[in-house]
Design a protein around this ligand. Structure first.
Ligand code: ADP
Length: 394
């Protein structure tokens, strides 16, 4: 059976995963991370089932060179020879309004991904570079899986900004939402664990990582999410502010002469947990907060308060079957989960402190008779591999 390669090419990293196909399901084999693309200290690490982890230097490598190296290392390590590859799946950040599902990549599809670069200038060009390299070097079916696609089911009330309509329509200004592949994966997994048919399943999904977003799913469809036109809106994140008064950039422009580019960088790269506490590493922030550091404690409190605010907002859609925690923070921090969930008994939410700390098998951490709360490890690569298998039939 042929193998599936999943590629996530970004501006500073290229990630690639190899899946075998067993019983018509993708099964993880190995992963590669090319870090610090274009930098002198760039490196490539490959790890996987039954192989020794290896790291090689890839100084100054472009996205294309990194993918070429990854494919060579996978072949040399006996993970996947070129001729064993059957299909390639690519993560694409922005599919605009055009894609509500993954698509087999054609010239037309690459043209649309390129058009969408105007909305995601940091991400789509890097995604496209990976796609174009693979299309030039392999005559294999390739599939694009879009971070925005899952949210295409959101109704106009959730996608429309209250700004002049002619501008929204002319420039495609609307709420798109991101992290769709992750929200879709964990909600499917939760519905499966609860034995509820997905088309009847409702949940509030909380992806809390360096990027963070909440998503309201009703009857197996995204009906609202906290990220909007770009991934900047919504929750407080590692380096992104999330929701702020939109006047802040104008105020800073007047006060300190901030340019549009400076403001974009400030709100995306220097704000959030980093801006409040000086660090965007939640592990470090929690331990500093525990040791009495006031700025770290405030960062934790603001992060959790914003998550609670979105939970409250999404509970207005009705009682969900479950709340789901995922992402690096959601999966690994009992302290943050406890703080998010405490004091919400009047809304039907109550964590079981012991289960939350010990994380039982199956991942359910709620008290009896409360809304179920699950911790589910996200796996966007597996989701992309599944979609690639479904569409490309390698
Ligand atoms: P990304 O959005 O870049 O994929 P991740 O989902 O890997 O990021 O999440 C990274 C975040 O998860 C970091 O803030 C990191 O500190 C946090 N994290 C990982 N493990 C823990 C832990 N045990 N406790 C608290 N935070 C954690």
């Amino acid at each position: 059976m042929k193998k599936i390669l999943v590629i996530n090419s970004g501006s500073s990293t290229v990630k690639a995963d190899v899946f075998a196909v067993e019983n018509n399901q993708p099964v993880f084999q190995a992963k590669a991370l090319a870090d610090k693309i274009g930098k002198a200290d760039g490196s490539l690490t490959v790890k996987g089932k039954g192989i020794e982890t290896r790291t090689v230097a890839i100084a100054g490598a472009s996205i294309e060179t990194a993918i070429r190296e990854i494919i060579e290392v996978f072949a040399a390590a006996g993970i996947c020879a070129r001729e064993n590859l059957g299909a390639i799946g690519h993560r694409v950040v922005h599919g605009g309004s055009k894609f509500s599902a993954p698509a087999i990549i054609t010239d037309e599809i690459t043209a649309v991904i390129s058009e969408m670069s105007v909305f995601a200038p940091l991400h789509n060009p890097a995604n496209l570079a990976g796609i174009q390299f693979c299309r030039a070097h392999f005559t294999l079916p390739q599939v694009a899986v879009f971070d925005t696609a899952f949210h295409q089911t959101m109704p106009a009330v959730a996608t429309t900004y209250a700004i002049p309509r002619e501008l929204s329509e002319k420039y495609g200004i609307r709420r798109y939402g991101f992290h769709g592949t992750s929200h879709e994966y964990v909600t499917h997994e939760c519905a499966r664990r609860m034995s509820i048919p997905y088309e009847k399943f409702s949940a509030i999904s909380l992806h809390l990582g360096n990027g963070a977003s909440a998503c309201a799913v009703q009857n197996g469809k995204s009906i609202d999410t906290s990220m909007g036109f770009t991934p900047l809106e919504g929750l407080v994140m590692g380096t992104r502010s999330g929701d702020v008064d939109p006047s802040l950039p104008f105020f800073l422009q007047n006060m300190v002469g901030l340019s549009a580019a400076d403001a974009e960088s400030l709100f995306n790269k220097k704000s959030g947990l980093l801006g409040i506490s000086g660090s965007n590493d939640m592990r470090e922030i929690v331990s500093r907060a525990d040791a009495g550091d006031a700025a770290a404690l405030l960062a934790v409190e603001i992060f959790c308060a914003r998550v609670r605010k979105y939970i409250g907002a999404y509970l207005t859609h009705g009682r969900p079957h479950a709340l789901i925690f995922t992402g690096g923070i959601g999966e690994n921090s009992p302290a943050i989960r406890q703080r998010v969930l405490t004091g919400l008994g009047h809304l039907g939410i109550a964590p079981d402190r012991q289960k939350n700390a010990a994380l039982p098998e199956g991942g359910c951490i709620s008290a009896e008779n409360a809304i179920a709360v699950f911790v589910i490890n996200t796996d966007e690569e597996l989701m992309i591999a599944r979609e690639t298998l479904r569409l490309a039939h390698p």
